[in-house]
Write a protein that binds this ligand. Structure first.
Ligand SMILES: Cc1cc2nc3c(=O)[nH]c(=O)nc-3n(C[C@H](O)[C@H](O)[C@H](O)COP(=O)(O)OP(=O)(O)OC[C@H]3O[C@@H](n4cnc5c(N)ncnc54)[C@H](O)[C@@H]3O)c2cc1C
Length: 347
């Protein structure tokens, strides 16, 4: 096993950035292929699934499985085959020379022939009181994941863009009522999505309104919320100025944030990796995880603004490891065939 000091001089075959379900799945595949992957755990070891209590839609668990349990099992599985987990967050990546070099926030450096980026996309939170405590206990950022837990509930959706409309329309299949809480007096959503939400008989709107506080506990889940309304909107950040606002206490069984996601790709900003306007990794067309830089592969939510599910993240994680393995094999074959002078110039 490498020590901290020799990790900066060793050239690894594969480094996987991110230890969510995509990174873990990539680690299992890469480790079973004897690539001895290093997995950088990042600021949120285990990723988003550690924020949720129960996962009911991951294949193979007919009774459901706890988010933490699923992640711990994945980590144990990857370690069993030789993956090494390292605490560390990548701050910078030099991808224009080979081997690639990653700079971590503590100053450590890692060198690798192939790189798998599985850094996820973080859901935006709105800063309401108690959100840290109740995320995963009736507060969620994913209607597809947690909507079915709210059959017969009254629920709130926070936001005014397409994400919020999608969440609301999905939740309307289960919940008794869905109230969209939006801090402006008009939606940012596309016309078609706004129209669908407006025309839905169980979806209602609260305009110029923000979520101030979430009520409940981890034992009983979300039980209600305090909303603040001001005719001009955006009241929350002006409450300290003594602004007159209407406060309303509502009883609800669930709250969903639909204010978008931010893919964690800032550390790639100065590289030749292509990203879309929102920062999501762009991969080559077709069933592949290849990015614009040969030898760098994307997996999971960081390259998927659409599905964002554990099972899809695990799927693309395994694809990225298989793609990396093939790429390393081809490169090794090329190096074996190369004249000595070229070999010396290589890694
Ligand atoms: C509350 C909640 C409930 C959910 N419930 C379900 C569910 O029931 N079913 C389902 O299918 N999906 C569910 N999801 C969605 C699911 O969690 C995600 O689709 C999945 O976690 C994506 O996996 P990922 O590995 O791509 O990214 P993530 O899980 O986001 O993991 C990203 C990883 O990258 C690391 N990282 C980030 N930046 C850096 C960096 N610069 N350097 C190093 N590491 C970094 C992080 O520390 C983390 O380990 C839920 C999500 C949430 C938030």
């Amino acid at each position: 096993m490498n020590t901290d000091t020799d990790r900066s001089t060793t050239v690894h075959d594969v480094v996987i950035v991110g230890s969510g379900v995509a990174g873990l799945s990539a680690a299992v595949y890469a480790a079973r292929a004897d690539l001895e992957p290093i997995v950088l755990e990042g600021p949120e070891p285990g990723g988003q699934l550690t924020l949720t209590t129960e996962v009911e839609n991951y294949l193979g668990f007919p009774e459901g499985v706890g988010g933490m349990e699923l992640i711990q099992n994945g980590k144990d599985q990857a370690e069993r085959f030789g993956a090494e987990f390292v605490h560390g967050t990548v701050e910078d990546a030099a991808l224009d020379e080979r081997p690639f070099e990653l700079v971590l926030s503590n100053g450590d450096r890692l060198r690798t022939r192939a790189l798998i980026v599985a850094t996820g996309a973080s859901a935006r939170w709105v800063g309401a009181e108690n959100e840290d405590e109740l995320m995963g206990y009736g507060l969620s950022t994913c209607a597809t994941c947690d909507g079915a837990f709210h059959r017969g509930d009254d629920v709130l959706v926070i936001g005014g863009g397409d994400s919020a409309m999608e969440e609301a329309l999905f939740l309307a299949k289960f919940a008794d009522s869905v109230t969209i809480v939006h801090r402006r007096d008009e939606l940012r959503a596309s016309d078609i999505m706004a129209q669908r939400a407006r025309e839905h008989e169980t979806i209602d709107f609260r305009w110029n309104t923000e979520l101030l506080e979430i009520h409940g506990s981890q034992e009983e889940g979300v039980t209600g919320a305090t909303l603040v309304r001001h005719p001009e909107g955006h009241p929350k950040d002006k409450l300290d100025d003594g602004l007159e606002v209407e406060r309303e206490e509502v009883d609800v069984g669930g709250i969903f944030y639909g204010v978008g996601h931010v893919p964690n790709t800032d550390f790639l900003a100065d590289t030749a990796i292509d990203r879309d306007d929102d920062g999501y990794l762009l991969t080559s067309e077709g069933m592949t995880t290849e990015t614009a830089v040969e030898g760098v592969f994307g997996a999971g939510d960081v390259m998927d603004p659409k599905y964002r599910q554990a099972i899809t993240a695990a799927g693309t994680g395994s694809m990225a490891a298989l793609d990396a393995e093939t790429w390393l094999d081809e490169r090794a074959a090329e190096r074996d065939a190369a004249p000595v002078a070229e070999l010396e110039a290589d890694d």
